[in-house]
Design a protein around this ligand. Structure first.
Ligand SMILES: [Ca+2]
Ligand SMILES: [Ca+2]
Ligand SMILES: [Ca+2]
Length: 251
C-alpha cells in the first residue's frame, strides 16, 4: 500500500472517530457536535467580574453548571426541528443559594413579535403566546438586576393558546463535553423537538428569532433562523449559475 493511501485511510479513520457523536434518538441530524459558539460563553456581560461567561463564571459553583451550550433549528416541508444543548436538562439547583431554577421555554417569532410563539418545555407543547413572565424572583437569580432581567427577556409562557404538541426527546450524555468551565464537569443534556409547521403561522421566508434562558438568568441563547429561500429565488440563482457556465463555454 502506498504511503499516501495509508495516510488517507488514517485520516478517514480519525474523521470517523471524530464524527462518532450522533443525534440519536433525535429527530434530525444537525451534525457531529451538540455544542456551538454558546458553549462556555454568554451573550451578556455579567457583573461582579464574571464577564461574558455563564454566570457565575469560574467562581464558586462555576458557570458550567448553568451553561446553555448549543442551539439548532432546521425545517423540512412538514416539520420544524429544534435542539437545545445545556449542562442541566430541565432544572438546575444552586447549592450555594439553595434554589432550583427551571429551563425556560423556547420563544420564537418574526421581527415584529419575537415572542409570538413558544415551545413549553415542560408540557412538550407549542403555544401562541399572549402573556409571558420574566425570570424567577428567588435567591440567586438576577431578577433584581433590571438590566439583566430585561436582557434575558421572556422566560415562561403565562397565558396563550395551546396550538398542538411539540414532540420532545431528552438525551443525556455523561462527560461528553471535552472542555467544561472549571470547576464543572462534562455532563451534557440535549433537548429536541419536532413540530408540525401547520401549527404556527409563518410565511417560510421571514427570519425567525429564537431565545431561551433559565430561571436565574445566568445564561441566554439567541438564535436567528434566516428563513427558507423562495423557490423563485432558487430558480433565479440556478439560472444565474447556468449563465456563468454558458459564458465560460463561449470563451
Ligand atoms: Ca460548557
Ligand atoms: Ca452559554
Ligand atoms: Ca456542560
Amino acid at each position: 500500500m502506498k504511503r499516501s493511501t495509508i495516510l488517507a485511510l488514517t485520516v478517514l479513520f480519525l474523521v470517523n472517530i471524530a464524527s462518532g457523536f450522533g443525534w440519536t434518538p433525535g429527530y434530525y441530524d444537525f451534525g457531529d457536535t451538540p455544542f456551538d459558539a454558546n458553549n462556555n460563553t454568554a451573550p451578556i456581560d455579567y457583573p461582579y467580574g464574571i464577564g461574558t461567561m455563564p454566570s457565575p463564571g469560574v467562581l464558586g459553583e462555576g458557570g458550567e453548571k448553568f451553561d446553555e451550550e448549543g442551539f439548532f433549528v432546521a425545517f423540512d416541508d412538514d416539520f420544524m426541528y429544534v435542539a437545545l444543548t445545556n449542562s442541566f436538562g430541565l432544572t438546575v439547583t444552586s447549592t450555594a443559594w439553595g434554589s432550583t431554577y427551571e429551563q425556560g421555554d423556547i420563544f420564537f417569532g418574526t421581527a415584529d413579535n419575537t415572542s409570538a410563539f413558544a415551545i413549553n418545555v415542560n408540557e412538550g407543547a407549542l403555544y401562541g403566546v399572549d402573556q409571558w413572565r420574566h425570570i424567577d424572583d428567588v435567591a440567586g437569580s438576577y431578577y433584581d438586576d433590571v438590566t439583566i432581567r430585561n436582557r434575558v427577556g421572556a422566560f415562561k409562557v403565562v397565558a396563550g393558546n395551546a396550538l398542538g404538541s411539540a414532540n420532545q426527546v431528552h438525551t443525556f450524555w455523561d462527560d461528553l463535553e471535552p472542555n467544561p468551565l472549571a470547576p464543572g464537569d462534562g455532563d451534557t443534556h440535549v433537548l429536541e423537538w419536532k413540530i408540525d409547521r401547520d401549527l404556527f403561522n409563518w410565511d417560510g421566508n421571514s427570519s425567525l428569532f429564537f431565545h431561551t434562558t433559565l430561571g436565574c438568568g445566568n445564561d441566554l441563547i439567541e438564535y436567528t433562523f434566516p428563513g427558507i429561500p423562495e423557490p423563485g429565488t432558487m430558480m433565479l440563482f440556478g439560472l444565474g449559475l447556468c449563465g456563468v457556465g454558458f459564458l465560460k463555454r463561449r470563451k
